[in-house]
Design a protein around this ligand. Structure first.
Ligand code: ZN
Length: 255
């Protein structure tokens, strides 16, 4: 499955230079686009990514920020792969990356069939990292999976729903938020982990005002207090049985 491949994480790195696709560039609010092909300034995807700034801010009750997010777009998968191999040889083979260095938030992708989904995912990481430092890995990825869905899906990730239902049917799979919270590296995350991380985010944001308040409160705590308390603690303090409730919710999505 490819969704997990559009992955990303803070990686300390020197800013890459020589073969970046910088022939063309344009600025849209917080986003600075660079490409080795002409990209229409009002391309629908550019509009969508620009609008994601407000959508993410409203959905997560986070203030918008002004830190630039640099989006480098390669015309071909070959030029993208060459660049990544040269500048980030330790990266696994993926279609797109988000990289946070000491000086820059940057997204790298190539203009292929899945570029819309890839950019919605990676640019969401950019907006999130500009607003919050110390976001737990699983939540960072779960939120990016939520925001990678097309606007018409309103966060509902049908491939993840199908995968989770299959796992429940065939493996009697059960969610375990505490296990997700122990993950510290994207390399450890399976496609099922991405699906579960998405499910927690969707359940918290879309099913109940009190749950949405838990998410908003947790993000605000991360943003203002640099707290590293786990989200599962906030859920337990509210007497939820979160793992059981999430499983029931996933089953309810079968229809
Ligand atoms: Zn990601």
């Amino acid at each position: 499955m490819l969704l997990a491949l559009s992955s990303c994480r803070s990686v300390p790195t020197a800013p890459p230079e020589p073969s970046l696709p910088i022939r063309h560039s344009s600025v849209r609010q917080q986003l600075v686009f660079y490409s080795d092909f002409p990209l229409a300034k009002n391309h629908r995807l550019v509009d969508e990514l620009t609008a994601q700034r407000e959508q993410l801010s409203e959905k997560l009750a986070l203030p918008t920020t002004d830190e630039p997010i640099h989006v480098f777009l390669f015309r071909s998968p070959e030029s993208f792969d060459d660049f990544i191999r040269r500048h980030h040889p330790d990266f696994p083979s993926r279609r797109a990356f988000f990289v946070e260095s000491d000086t820059q938030l940057a997204v790298f992708a190539h203009w292929g069939d899945r570029v819309a989904e890839d950019l919605r995912h990676e640019v969401a990481h950019g907006y999130l990292h500009a607003a919050i430092s110390g976001l737990p890995l699983w939540l960072d990825e779960g939120l990016a999976e939520y925001f990678e869905t097309p606007p018409s899906a309103a966060g509902l990730h049908r491939q993840h729903v199908a995968e989770l239902l299959e796992q429940i049917d065939n493996e009697d799979w059960r969610p375990d938020i505490a296990r997700l919270e122990t993950l510290t590296s994207v390399a450890e995350m399976t496609q099922l982990d991405y699906a579960e991380a998405w499910a927690w985010v969707y359940w918290l944001l879309e099913t109940d005002d009190a749950r949405r308040d838990v998410m908003h409160g947790y993000l605000e705590q991360l943003r203002t207090e640099a707290s590293n308390a786990p989200l599962s603690l906030s859920l337990r303090q509210r007497h939820y049985q979160p793992n059981e409730t999430l499983r029931e919710f996933i089953l309810s999505l079968r229809e």
